[in-house]
Design a protein. Structure first.
Length: 316
């Protein structure tokens, strides 16, 4: 790698750290997020930089100002706090192996690594160093496999979406080819414009129902008018942590009605908020209370429940 490429990579890493610590302007954050969702290589590098930032925080290598920004900005997400807690617990286990051995001896159980080495060598300096290297290597391999699995799942999803689009194009071409070419096209007959009183009302004229997370009393639930379509906007408490999402619409008795997958988070500059836009058919709904569960799509088809929303459907 030449000096120019190395300098570019270092600047990109610095930009990622500034993004995680909240040091970017709104315009710069929007540009970075657009690249983050579109560039697979940048997404993979971003995950690595985030792990390194967590390790620097746990190891106490951040400056005083960076530590304060990390705690105010980065730790405001429950998922990120879980990652920091895991890194802190791993650091504690690696930094004090003697305490782990003494605790295991006090409980009458053998240390988990006692079967790897003879008891006579367990306290040796060289053995302790080798043990730490093995633990670090196992952790690194596991994290690397997890990141690669997530990236493979994202790429597989994009490939499947492209295949669906190509199949739709093939079907459209077949339909066009099936229409006889010798059918004469009638000349258009001038038609006077309809009066405003008889013009049909477009279907998609109904505004989206904004749903906020959390379970509230029935009196506070938003009301959605049943028309042709039921457009919903699901607000997120924090910046999106997943590349795609799925939602499930259920009735009050927990019966699944409809499911949507492959949804992407969107950013509202006016409100400075993130949301998931989804629409359901109102033909299968009756008046009453409904719930919408939001899942984050993970690797291997796994899904993690993010939020739950509720609303009340009413007739026009």
């Amino acid at each position: 790698m030449n000096t120019g490429e190395h300098s570019k990579d270092a600047q990109e890493d610095r930009d990622m750290v500034d993004y995680l610590l909240g040091n970017m302007s709104e315009e710069a954050e929007a540009r970075f997020e657009a690249r983050y969702f579109a560039d697979d290589d940048l997404f993979e590098r971003f995950l690595i930089v985030k792990e390194e930032l967590i390790d620097d925080y746990v190891q106490g290598r951040l400056s005083e100002s960076e530590q304060g920004q990390f705690e105010r900005r980065f730790l405001n997400s429950p998922q990120r706090r879980e990652q920091v807690d895991f890194a802190r617990a791993l650091k504690q286990k690696l930094s004090d192996p003697k305490a782990s051995v003494q605790a295991a001896a006090a409980s009458g159980r053998e240390p988990w690594f006692s079967s790897w080495f003879p008891r006579a060598l367990m306290w040796g300096r060289a053995t302790a160093v080798a043990l730490l290297l093995i633990i670090g290597l196992v952790w690194f391999v596991r994290e690397n496999r997890r990141l690669r699995a997530e990236l493979s799942a994202i790429r597989a999803e994009q490939s499947a979406q492209s295949e669906r689009e190509r199949e739709l194009q093939r079907q459209l071409a077949q339909l066009r080819a099936a229409v006889p070419s010798n059918i004469a096209t009638p000349s258009p007959t001038p038609v006077s414009a309809p009066s405003p009183l008889t013009s049909p009302v477009p279907i998609e004229t109904f505004p989206a129902i904004v749903l906020t997370p959390g379970l509230r009393t029935a009196q506070d639930l938003p009301k959605a008018t049943l028309a042709h379509r039921l457009p919903l906007r699901l607000l997120l408490d924090d910046k999106p942590e997943h590349r795609s999402y799925s939602v499930v619409l259920r009735s009050a008795d927990n019966r699944e009605i409809e499911r949507r997958s492959g949804l992407r988070a969107q950013y509202n500059r006016k409100d400075e908020s993130y949301y998931i836009a989804v629409g359901f058919s109102a033909a299968s709904l009756n008046e009453g209370e409904y719930s919408v569960t939001l899942f984050g799509d993970g690797s291997g088809g796994r899904q993690k429940e993010i939020e739950k929303y509720r609303f009340v459907a009413v007739k026009q």
